[in-house]
Design a protein around this ligand. Structure first.
Ligand SMILES: C[S@@+](CC[C@H](N)C(=O)[O-])C[C@H]1O[C@@H](n2cnc3c(N)ncnc32)[C@H](O)[C@@H]1O
Length: 443
């Protein structure tokens, strides 16, 4: 196959071209900086062709190009790939995971996050591209979002497993964990900590931060306003409607004891399961369309499975009626993408089922946001919004529950895209940020 260049030169996919024809774009290079020592080393060796696209934009070989220039070469061997700029972004990272100077874990994490969160790649597509399982992609996105980047500059040999462990901690605790692991390594006469020691140190720090007797841990709320600006990466993963695990931490802290049986029928990314494991609660978790192997597939419209009977707390985080309806499963039974009448019917039945399933003295915790979006169905009835929390409050009382708390758990402003804001402005409508957690007891 031959390719035609702007200059009308016909070239083969692998050929030699003038160095001055090569275009370098900062955004394609996944590295934070080039390594001058590595460039010096390359000057005295032979190397495989650098990779460019049809426009001669450099995809792979940033160090080699610099070495060739330093050596005084005027031409360089190139391999030409017929790919788009977005594909070039992915290839630039992929090639550097298998040859030459490897990317640091944070450089690879940044590139994976860019592909998934800005270039619209699904996690499945990214996993297939890098020949990895989907949780690997999730961990990398968590690393990009949460790893303290100053650690990576000091610890050059930080591997994926160690970075994944450190990213489970808030950034201000990662340094402490690394030092603790380093001390353990010194005791074992090792020069730097292995990922196993880092995992041990992270666990120690997380356990300590779960004990409210040692002051107030970051997640502990002392009033009925539970506002969290981001999701603790240790609980659940990037998923539509994922909630901060800190909400579940507080719920379990205030309303259950260790070893209590917790049930979550709307499991999503498994946030409740991860919190239960950390807080030493037993957990049964289901979802109509499980996103993890440790979540059981079950349609809660059909009632709770027998194994959930006599549980101590049921955590309910259903779809908030129509919100995110395009992102949740459209399987039959879904609480999303249905009429308001049907949603209310399902919620009322679910609440009656909770009452039948809970132990006496047990709690149902329901997290729900009202709808302020002007759905045709709402405007036709002359209403301005739907107060799901109020409706469900009534269903709980009717089913025999005693109200214990109504906790305000606001959403963050970032959830709104530009068009949401514009639409609300055009309709002269308030955007909904209020979300409530109802705690109801089967007294
Ligand atoms: C708001 S999300 C839960 C998010 C979860 N709390 C988290 O932090 O990842 C709601 C979940 O309900 C599930 N769902 C919808 N209808 C369901 C049904 N009938 N039975 C079980 N799960 C259902 C959806 O698949 C979705 O994962």
């Amino acid at each position: 196959m031959c390719l035609r260049l702007k200059k009308k030169t016909v070239i083969k996919p692998k050929t030699t071209i003038p160095i001055t024809d090569i275009i370098r774009k900062r955004e394609i290079n996944p590295r934070r900086r080039l390594d001058p020592d590595y460039i010096e080393e390359l000057k005295n060796t032979s190397w495989p062709p650098i990779v460019v696209n049809k426009e001669m934009i450099l995809i792979d070989g940033f160090h080699r190009l610099e070495a060739a220039k330093k050596r005084g070469d005027t031409e360089i061997e190139v391999q030409i790939k017929d790919i788009s700029l977005d594909e070039a972004l992915a290839l630039a990272a992929k090639l550097n995971t298998t040859h030459g100077k490897r990317l640091t874990v944070l450089e690879l994490a940044d590139r994976i996050k860019l592909l998934v969160e800005e270039k619209g790649w699904s996690q499945q597509k990214a996993a297939a591209y890098f020949n990895k399982a989907q949780p690997w992609i999730n961990h990398y996105i968590n690393i990009a979002k949460n790893l303290d980047s100053t650690i990576i500059t000091r610890v050059i040999n930080l591997d994926y497993a160690s970075a994944r462990e450190l990213a489970k901690l808030p950034q201000n605790k990662q340094e402490q964990a690394y030092h603790l692991a380093q001390k353990m390594a010194e005791q074992d006469r090792q020069s730097f900590p292995t990922s196993r020691l880092i995992a041990k140190a992270v666990k120690k720090i997380r356990q300590a931060s779960l004990s409210p007797t040692d002051g107030n841990p970051d997640w502990l709320k002392l009033s009925t306003l539970w506002n969290f600006s981001s999701c603790d990466p240790g609980f659940g993963f990037h998923y539509p409607g994922r909630i901060p695990g800190q909400i579940v931490l507080n719920t379990l802290y205030y309303f259950t004891q260790p070893n209590a049986l917790i049930v979550d029928p709307f499991g999503g990314s498994g946030t409740t399961l991860d919190v239960c494991r950390r807080m030493e609660r037993r957990c049964l978790i289901y979802d109509l369309c499980p996103a993890r192997h440790d979540i059981t597939g079950h349609d809660i419209s059909l009632g709770f499975p027998q194994e959930a009977r006599n549980c101590d707390l049921i955590f309910l985080d259903p779809p908030y009626w129509r919100q995110k309806r395009s992102q949740y499963t459209k399987d039959e039974g879904s609480f999303s993408n249905i009429s308001l009448k049907e949603f209310n019917r399902k919620m009322e039945k679910l609440i009656i089922d909770c009452y039948a399933t809970l132990n006496t003295g047990g709690y149902a915790a329901l997290l729900l946001q009202n709808t302020t979006e002007l759905a045709q169905e709402i405007t036709q009835t002359g209403k301005y919004y739907v107060d799901h929390v109020f409706d469900c409050y009534r269903f709980f009382v009717k089913a025999g529950f005693t109200p214990v708390q109504r906790i305000n758990v606001p959403l963050t402003w970032e959830q709104f895209a530009g068009f949401d804001v514009k639409e609300a402005k055009d309709e002269k409508r308030l955007l909904g940020l209020v979300r409530d957690l109802l705690i109801m007891e089967k007294a």
